[in-house]
Write a protein that binds this ligand. Sequence first.
Ligand code: ATP
Ligand code: MG
Length: 417
Amino acid sequence: MARLQPVRGTHDILGEMSLRFRTIFEIFRSVAERYSHEQIDTPIFEFTETFKKTLGDTSDVVTKEMYTFEDRGGEQVTLRPEFTAGIARAFISNCLQQSTPCKFYSFGPTFRYERPQKGRMRQFHQMDIEIIGVAEAQADIEVLAIAQDLLNELGIAKHVTLELNSLGDRESRMNYRAALVQYFSQHRDKLSKDSLTRLEKNPMRILDSKDEGDHLLIEKAPRISEYYNDTSKVFFSEVREGLEGLGIDYHIKDRLVRGLDYYCHTAFEFTTDQLGAQGTVLAGGRYDGLVEMMGGPRTPGVGWASGMERMAELITYDIIKKQVRLVAIVPVGDKSHTTAMKIAHDLRKAGIVVDMAYKGNVGKRMKRANKQNARFAILIGEDEIVRSVAMVKNLDKGSQEEISLLKLVDYLKENKL
Ligand code: ATP
Ligand code: MG
């Protein structure tokens, strides 16, 4: 029989990777909650329309990457390729416009049918931050500050650069769009097939193209900064001043766009040169038109998403939350089992992490204890039971001591378990 394999582009998360994920998530949660964000968990699948409508017909995600299927009732559903659409849908479904500003964080699996490679999976995980209902630049500054705090606390800020841009307001974008159409129309023959479609439907998306030929054209294309009106200029300078005030470094990158109609003003990416081609670890922006476009009330919003797998590659071993050292209970002789289980139970009730093997002689059990990197092994034989004591072996020091069962918890705690 062929070896059972997970589906291409999916991974089991276990062992050290699991500790990496947990470390990242715990730091993420703690930072997000310090900014008074609340957790929101939306379903991992939605009606396909939810994503199609919001991500746009020309985005790679919609045209090539969605996991869409018909369920048994004939509904078209899609596994979420990102969080914002689902959260905006939830904002509308739950009538949250009464409760703005809504400050959310979320975390979980996301799905895109991409060509699997390093840093690019079909099931991956994102952390997500959203502020819905705030039109002021403070919200943009705040979500960026959350991102920066996260990177600092994960110990990876030194490897990551914030690239920042403004897409301007609707008017500025429309003028820019017209300039792009004029420019790229003159070079139709050199554009990739995908970009020709983008030219018809959403020309700003061309700037996002990964095609080499397109890149040459993009270099000489008009720049958005030449099309900002006064409102756009003021908003962008507020964001920049805010970042400077908080000591957050950034680089302006005026080719950075998010090509969808509802994006405006702030757009950003945190990138690193440590991960090869897949160097974007966190990306986001302002999406003032999104909720309205989905059929909700006119509501501004800003947020970001970050790929856990890429973060997990970047963090170093010393930041990873260490597994708690455990105590191994080792019954000596068959008659000690029941008492040993009772002792294990009492220690667990006291909050101590305990493992007791299900079978094996003392030698095997000790071997297992060492393999698990146990701090102590507690040996309990009939003789110890009669005297209400246990033999406590300190596996780090190689020493041992007889301890009264009544004092066992205190002893283990005093010895910094
Ligand atoms: P890319 O240009 O790398 O395809 P993207 O623009 O599609 O990125 P976003 O939609 O902004 O990415 O998603 C936010 C973050 O999620 C990315 O910055 C990245 O860290 C992560 N991410 C996106 N797609 C994948 C994937 N297939 N596998 C792992 N992580 C991913
Ligand atoms: Mg992508």
